[in-house]
Design a protein around this ligand. Structure first.
Ligand code: 5AD
Ligand code: SF4
Length: 348
């Protein structure tokens, strides 16, 4: 049933410690009932910070000339995929800035095939590589990728326009989401929470947008101002606690409204609080994406201020992560793809 907008607005307007706790508890109950308490892990590789786009909020936008650009080599990427397999993470996410040139497209195709081969098909492959042509989405799907993440950023067209240069198009983004679905990928999208000018009504509409698109996965996080972007002026009035709370409320509302999809507890939450990602799991999220990128590249992938884990290797992180997840009373879905229940139901 399509969620009721009035109820969504009420959930998102929750205030006060006790009421918030009640909201998170309710979302946790829905999570337990519909997807259980197994956390699925996806090793995240930040393949390159080269981006042809210039989104006003993002630290790796093409207009940021202070940044040294990098691209991880094929061999290094394969080594990271091997590490992912050794750590028993069931799948890998390949993320990078947006590029549409042939060299890049072929590089990704080769990498997808290489990862499939080295893992004998065991490692699930998710792509987060922006807007592409149908043929490119198809080529990557045929090479072996099966999930694609493309955030809509906000479902409010006007707000989208205010956050992007004129040659970035909301309609194109939407069209791409449809193409990805058409190709047969499991589709993930998401929004930033706390954008300048964004209202509770917008966030409620975002949840209805997710429902109407029939998404399988969500990755959402609070907007965090970055010092080298046109939105840097927002840093002064930025409240990490408020941003964190709004992020958690959105996760909880999505879990309550959309029930059986996969929801990631994102790094942006952890940037705002050392236990932000655990809080996300407690508010209804069921997926974590540990960063497995070689630490020497991490400095280069600062989408927002204060991104955590700059010096922490993947192996150090894994030990801590296990402890933290077990402490929450949850288990880890090692060596599993962990497709969303929502997707499994659609398939059957
Ligand atoms: N704060 C939070 N999230 C951001 N992203 C980009 N810039 C920021 C920021 N300043 C997110 C966008 C994008 C994803 C790769 O990172 O949602 O889709
Ligand atoms: Fe590029 Fe994505 Fe950042 Fe926009 S949000 S500048 S597309 S990396």
């Amino acid at each position: 049933m399509r969620p009721d907008k009035k109820i969504l607005r009420e959930l998102l307007s929750t205030e006060g410690k006790e009421n918030l706790q009640a909201l998170y508890n309710k979302a946790y109950d829905v999570k337990k009932q519909y997807v259980g308490t197994t956390v699925y892990l996806r090793g995240l590789i930040e393949l390159s910070n080269i981006c042809s786009k210039n989104c006003y909020y993002c630290g790796i936008r093409s207009g940021n000339k202070e940044l040294t650009r990098y691209q991880i080599s094929y061999e290094e990427a394969i080594a990271e995929a091997k590490l992912c397999l050794q750590m028993h993470y069931g799948s890998i996410v390949i993320q990078a800035g947006e590029r549409e040139d042939r060299t890049w497209i072929e590089f990704i195709t080769k990498l997808i095939k290489g990862i499939k081969e080295l893992s004998e098909g065991k490692l699930g492959i998710t792509l987060s590589l922006g807007e592409q042509k149908l043929e490119v989405y198809q080529q990557w799907f045929e090479a072996g990728a099966h999930r694609y993440l493309l955030r809509i950023e906000t479902s409010n067209k006007e707000l989208y326009r205010s956050l992007h240069p004129v040659n970035h198009s909301f309609e194109k983004r939407l069209k791409c989401l449809n193409l990805i679905q058409e190709c047969g990928y499991q589709v993930g999208t998401g929004v930033m929470i706390g954008l300048p000018g964004q209202t509770i009504d917008d966030l409620a509409n975002d949840i209805l947008f997710f429902y109407d698109l029939d998404v399988d996965m969500l990755g959402m996080g609070p907007f965090i101002p970055h010092h080298n972007t046109p939105l840097k002026y927002l840093a002064e009035s930025f409240s990490p606690l408020e941003a964190l709370t709004m992020g958690l409320k959105m996760i909880a509302a999505c879990r309550i409204a959309l029930k059986d999809i996969n929801i990631a507890s994102t790094t942006a939450l952890q940037a705002l609080h050392s236990e932000g990602r655990e809080m996300g799991l407690k508010a209804g999220a069921n997926v974590l994406m540990p960063n497995i990128t070689d630490t020497k590249y991490r400095e280069g992938y600062q989408l927002y201020e204060g991104k955590p884990g700059l010096n922490e290797t993947a192996l150090q992180f894994q030990k801590q992560l296990e402890k933290r997840i077990f402490a929450l009373g949850e288990t880890i879905g090692y060596d599993e793809w962990g497709d969303s229940r929502h997707y499994q139901k659609k398939k059957n």
